[in-house]
Design a protein around this ligand. Structure first.
Ligand SMILES: [Zn+2]
Length: 399
């Protein structure tokens, strides 16, 4: 049996006044997702336990079949795993965003989608000025970078009680009350403050200002943690998996659970991603593995920007260029199951992730159809198939 999962990140949403009281999923032209709902079932799952922050880290860990309450340690260690960075017992990974803060307001948590090359230069400057043997600034993709603490014999000063705020929760808000707090926070705050001087007159920022682009004014440190202890997916679920994603966090999750990572040229993690290429690579990958998972970040990014039209356009592109072709290809392999589900809601109203159920559509071998004909939140809300502990959906999916 072949398995496919498509994750339109953060696509679950609320009814929109601008859409006549419908949600983006209800409004978008998504015949292929609706066909899965029609042939199979629509249900709902909650991937973020109330005690954990609603992020793609916690939610995707759950979506991939691991209880976040037992396994989640923080976002940054997942991204470190994505980069093949091994963490020792006293090491800690911390997410290091490049952001634009103006007059203490978080103008942009992506520093104007600073390029990967520019980010690497800025990180090199940080390493030289404020890094050291214990603190390594590691460039990632665009604004998503890491700070690695190498403790050797000394435990990191940060614990589960150290509170940090994801910068995407602060868009257009004052940041004064959201600097790190708790154990070791003084050090994080010092580094964040020092970055301002390092970046102020950096040539990368001078050039960005001249081009009318937002400069990277600060680093924002958050999501710290040590490496989580998870068993390989093949040991738990008996299937080999592969992941297609442009996002380090998902790549890291895949690495931790022993999945193959497939890089797709043109996959950007943004609205301009090459949807068709992702579809083609998924179809190719499923030949050699039991389970292919395609994650698309564009829907989430559209919500972060509060752009309902962009969110609908991303959903339609995912439907036409990934879900449709992949479903067709699966049929040629014989028995299969296909699952479409986001990880968490990202309401356009709040422009950030939230707790709560997300709708899923599931079809294939052994799935008796329910009455749902469309894939959207209202159908999921009516469904009898609900997973309050979302990580249990994977067992149901694998069968
Ligand atoms: Zn997400």
């Amino acid at each position: 049996m072949k398995y496919a999962i498509v994750i339109p990140d953060g696509c679950a949403d609320e009814p929109q006044e601008s859409l006549g009281g419908k949600t983006p999923l209800e409004t978008a032209r998504i015949p292929n997702m609706n066909a899965i709902a029609g042939a199979g079932v629509v249900g709902r799952a909650n991937h973020v336990p109330a005690s954990l922050p609603p992020g793609s880290d916690v939610a995707n860990l759950s979506l991939l079949g691991y209880d976040p309450l037992s396994h989640f340690t923080g976002r940054a260690p997942l991204e470190a795993a994505a980069q093949g960075i091994e963490l020792g017992p006293n090491d800690c990974a911390i997410r290091c965003n490049l952001v634009t803060i103006e007059n203490q307001v978080m103008r942009d948590f992506t520093a104007g989608h600073v390029s990967t090359e520019e980010a690497a230069e800025l990180l090199a400057a940080l390493q030289q000025e404020i890094g050291g043997e214990k603190l390594r600034f590691v460039p990632g993709v665009s604004y998503r970078n890491l700070l690695i603490y190498r403790g050797a014999n000394v435990s990191p000063p940060w614990t589960r009680d150290t509170r940090t705020t994801p910068p995407h929760d602060l868009t257009d808000k004052l940041v004064l009350d959201d600097y790190p707090r708790g154990p070791g926070s003084d050090w994080l705050n010092q580094l964040m403050s020092d970055s301002v001087g390092v970046f102020a007159d950096h040539p990368v920022n001078t050039a960005r200002r001249e081009r009318g682009e937002l400069p990277a004014t600060n680093i924002w440190l958050w999501g710290h943690g040590r490496t989580p202890d998870v068993k390989p997916f093949a040991d738990v679920y008996g299937k080999q998996g592969a992941m297609i994603t442009a996002v380090d966090l998902l790549r890291g999750l895949a690495a931790l659970i022993g999945w193959k990572r497939i890089d797709v040229p043109g996959a950007t993690g943004y609205l301009d991603t090459d949807y068709a290429a992702k579809g083609r690579y998924a179809i190719e990958a499923i030949k050699d593995t039991d389970l292919i998972c395609v994650h698309v970040e564009a829907t989430d990014e559209a919500s972060h920007e509060g752009r309902v039209d962009a969110k609908i356009a991303a959903l339609e592109a995912i439907d036409e260029q990934i879900v449709g072709p992949l479903h067709t290809a699966l049929k040629s392999h014989g028995d299969y199951r296909i699952l479409v589900t986001p990880d968490h809601p990202t309401p356009l109203r709040t422009k950030t992730h939230s707790h709560g159920f997300v709708p899923f559509a599931l079809a294939g071998k052994g799935i008796s159809p329910d009455r749902a004909t469309g894939y959207h939140e209202p159908a999921a809300a009516k469904s009898e198939l609900a997973f309050a502990e979302g990580w249990k959906l994977m067992r149901h999916f694998i069968g």
